[in-house]
Ligand binder design. Structure first.
Ligand SMILES: Nc1ncnc2c1ncn2[C@@H]1O[C@H](COP(=O)(O)OP(=O)(O)OP(=O)(O)O)[C@@H](O)[C@H]1O
Ligand SMILES: [Mg+2]
Length: 245
């Protein structure tokens, strides 16, 4: 019997494409051939238990831990040998694990210092447009980064990435360690970005929130993508098998 494969949601060229990506830290190999793709305007989740290689995949895309094998392309341009700043300039924005905002700058300054228009948008992000997405940041505009709550820092980290006007946003742990109400604000902000057509690759553990806004999920196990599918396919059985929940 010939198996029927579902057609990809968005036909045509993938915006981001990883093929056979292998990455190591020193002599310790962590990624063993990661294949994954994000189409233009698509929101995609990267799932997996702790230590399976999700953050390393994002670090590989961004050039922070460059792969030693495989290819990573953004709209057809190979990234895997480029330094981080060139990858950023090609239009990839990162919200890193731990947020890493500037603690001694105000929230407003954190946004201004990175402002750039790497994707050449006709209507680039401004501080006001960031505040429209996360109104709480407007209230905290003059507070130092170190004075912000974890949730405010996360909004700021997302806002800072948007200020570079990326084509693709990478989010490592969108809502990790945040209070439920703040999480909702983050999900609401991400929904706005999705409606505006931004391409996003997001790591998070809140499957139910992800299922509402993400179009495609990739699950990693020991440095490989072992499952991918749409939200309807991410059944409890799949979650139990690959995520242990
Ligand atoms: N800087 C590093 N040096 C050596 N090994 C590392 C380093 N960072 C991560 N690792 C190892 O690489 C593997 C994958 O880690 P990674 O952070 O990519 O996983 P993850 O899926 O993001 O996990 P988590 O859900 O805990 O964030 C783990 O075994 C981890 O211990
Ligand atoms: Mg991680």
């Amino acid at each position: 019997m010939i198996r029927q494969f579902r057609k990809p949601i968005s036909a045509g060229v993938m915006m981001l494409e990883l093929r056979g990506v292998e990455t190591r830290y020193g002599s310790s190999q962590v990624l063993f051939g990661v294949d994954l793709s994000v189409a233009e305007g698509q929101m995609v989740a990267l799932l997996g238990r702790n230590g399976m290689g999700k953050s390393t995949t994002i670090r590989s895309i961004m050039g922070l831990t460059p792969p030693f094998a495989g290819t990573i392309t953004l709209n057809g341009a190979e990234l895997q040998h480029l330094p981080v700043y060139r990858i950023a300039r090609l239009g990839i924005g990162l919200v890193p694990e731990g947020r890493q905002i500037f603690p001694t700058l105000t929230a407003c300054e954190n946004l201004t210092v990175v402002a750039a228009n790497f994707s050449g948008r006709s209507n680039p992000y401004t501080i006001k447009r960031i505040y429209d997405i996360f109104p709480r940041l407007a209230e905290r505009a003059q507070s130092l980064g170190s004075e912000l709550s974890g949730g405010e820092q996360q909004m700021l980290a997302i806002g800072r990435a948007l200020m570079t006007n990326p084509r693709l946003l990478l989010l490592d742990e969108a809502t990790e360690g945040l209070a439920p109400l703040i999480r909702e604000e983050i999900w609401r902000g991400l929904t706005i970005l999705k409606e505006r057509g931004l391409s996003v690759l997001v790591i998070d553990k809140n499957i139910n929130n992800l299922k509402k806004i993400v179009e495609r999920h990739f699950i990693m196990e020991r440095g490989r993508v072992v499952w991918s599918g749409e939200s309807v396919d991410l059944t409890e059985a799949v979650q139990k098998r690959y995520l242990g929940i």
